[in-house]
Write a protein that binds this ligand. Structure first.
Ligand code: HEM
Length: 282
């Protein structure tokens, strides 16, 4: 299991930053898809790949290939390499950053963490791994993951897209050739759509009977023809990593930690500031 990497790195109860372990574990899922190979967590090449990716998200997204006026019609080696790169990049950073925020929220909202664990314990035997199908019986857990994703809003502004023909959207005329950046944050934090848009509130994804519900304004993967093609993979990964980690561990802030900066660091994805947490086996 991929999340065994995360489990191995945790559970010693000592303060640690979970970012790298999460990134390696999540990345190995997409590595199997694009390279047909999964790396050992000690593999130097794997570490170098992760380090090489960091500046792309920290300082800028790789936008040049989105701006080509004439997309190349043939499926040649260069666009194959670009496609592998897109999948590898898209499949690593995004889900692991969301999980990184998710663990931060769990230590900041221990009552939410406890409620998730209570729900998991009532539905899944302690020695049983949680599978994706279980989400149907874990509405609160599912709601918490969605709220973590809404609240962390890691891709506040979507990828640049080129308008291919003159278009009217409501009263706005958008000329062919205009570069568009979708404002995803405006939907995820829209006061008309969410009860408490700027507060962490898993209730956003629960109906009055406690069933899971997903409002239309939840568009972290964007939407339309160019919606994130990894949406289903990402949802599966986030549910499996999160629920299995919380089944196995209770997370809390390292002793003596006073303030945690919850403001994001701006970049290609919105990252949390460095923090350390402890994972106590349950
Ligand atoms: C929490 C996880 C993720 C989030 C929030 C996310 C979000 C997004 C967003 C907002 C876009 C832009 C869509 C648009 O322009 O309209 C996108 C595109 C894309 N994503 Fe993701 N993504 C995630 C996970 C993944 C994963 C796991 C993969 C790997 C399979 C992936 C691969 C891609 C690719 C290849 C594109 C470009 C699609 C295209 O140009 O048509 N993403 N993603």
């Amino acid at each position: 299991m991929y999340y065994s990497y995360v489990l191995e790195g945790m559970g010693k109860g000592k303060p640690m930053n979970p970012s790298f372990a999460l990134t390696l574990a999540v990345s190995n899922v997409i590595c199997v898809v694009v390279f047909g190979h999964r790396f050992s967590t000690e593999d130097e090449t794997f570490h170098q790949l992760m380090e090489a990716m960091e500046p792309i998200f920290k300082f800028a997204s790789s936008t040049t290939h989105f701006m080509e006026d004439q997309p190349k019609p043939a499926y040649d080696e260069s666009n194959m390499i670009q496609s592998i790169f897109d999948l590898f990049l898209g499949g690593t950073e995004t889900s692991s950053t969301t999980l990184y925020w998710t663990l931060l929220y769990m230590v900041l909202y221990p009552d939410v963490q406890a409620k998730v664990q209570k729900e998991i314990d009532a539905v899944v035997a302690p020695d049983q791994m949680i599978c994706y199908e279980d989400r149907k019986n874990l509405p609160y857990t599912n709601a918490v993951i969605h709220e973590c994703q809404r609240f962390s809003n890691i891709i506040a502004v979507g990828l640049p897209r080129l308008c291919v023909k003159d278009t009217m959207i409501r009263q706005f005329s958008i000329k062919r050739g205009t570069v568009i950046f979708p404002n995803i944050a405006s939907a995820l934090h829209d006061p008309k759509e969410w009860e408490t848009p700027l507060q962490f509130n898993p209730g956003h994804f629960l109906d009055k009977d406690g069933n899971f519900t997903c409002p239309e304004a939840f568009i972290p993967f964007s939407l339309g023809q160019r919606v994130c093609l990894g949406e289903n993979l990402a949802k599966t990964e986030m549910f499996l990593f999160f629920s299995n980690l919380l089944q196995a561990f209770t997370f809390h802030l390292a002793e003596g930690t006073k303030d945690v900066n919850t403001k994001p660091i701006w970049g290609g994805t919105l990252q949390p500031h460095y923090f350390e947490i402890c994972a106590t086996p349950r």
